[in-house]
Ligand binder design. Sequence first.
Ligand code: GTP
Length: 210
Amino acid sequence: MAKQYDILFRLLILGDSGVGKTCMLRRFTDGEFDPSHISTIGVDFKMKTVEIDGIKIRVQIWDTAGQERYQTITKQYYRRAQGIVFVYDITSNLSFQHIVKWASDVDEFAPDDVQTVLVGNKADNEFRRQVTKDQGYKLAEHYGMEFFETSASTSSNINELFIRMTELVLLAHRRNVDNLLGSLDDYLDKAALEEEKGSPDNGAQRFCAC
Ligand SMILES: Nc1nc2c(ncn2[C@@H]2O[C@H](COP(=O)(O)OP(=O)(O)OP(=O)(O)O)[C@@H](O)[C@H]2O)c(=O)[nH]1
């Protein structure tokens, strides 16, 4: 059986309604862009497998509703996230100001070692820009995050963002991942040996999540 992935990471996308969270996710996982805005209800997720340093990582990305009325539901997902992408819309000053609120919620509900990045989306919409790149960088610097400007519409920086987010989570959990992969490999080696000896299928698991 071909090994499909070694490890599973969970990422979460947060930000005001309409900043483009669903479009960013669809652009990354399906390579598509839909100009209509159908508000996410509660949470939704998509998966994609990426390979970093020879490790196949299944990335489960949770897309949350930006609307206030779903916040009780979405906050329940913070706890299990290893990476969080904060998104504002460069054409909306308000969505930029609200990042402070999103960050304070994450502070309260997410694990201490959660990795975070700041994103200004809709960078293709330069003529309607309200938030400068410099403001984005400064806010990211304030929180000690990396910063990206993206466009789900043109695809600019979308892959780079999600790959970097995954890389940051991998770096933060490197020791756990190596230990898990080490013990998993031992386990699979033993299982293969048993199988060769003709023992019944013992259902060796190729999945692990940290
Ligand atoms: N020009 C431009 N429009 C975008 C971009 N990304 C998203 N949009 C548009 O912005 C609107 C909202 O996008 P969504 O992805 O649905 O927004 P959301 O953040 O998921 O919204 P909620 O689900 O309500 O939280 C849609 O009309 C998109 O077409 C982008 O990069 N550039």
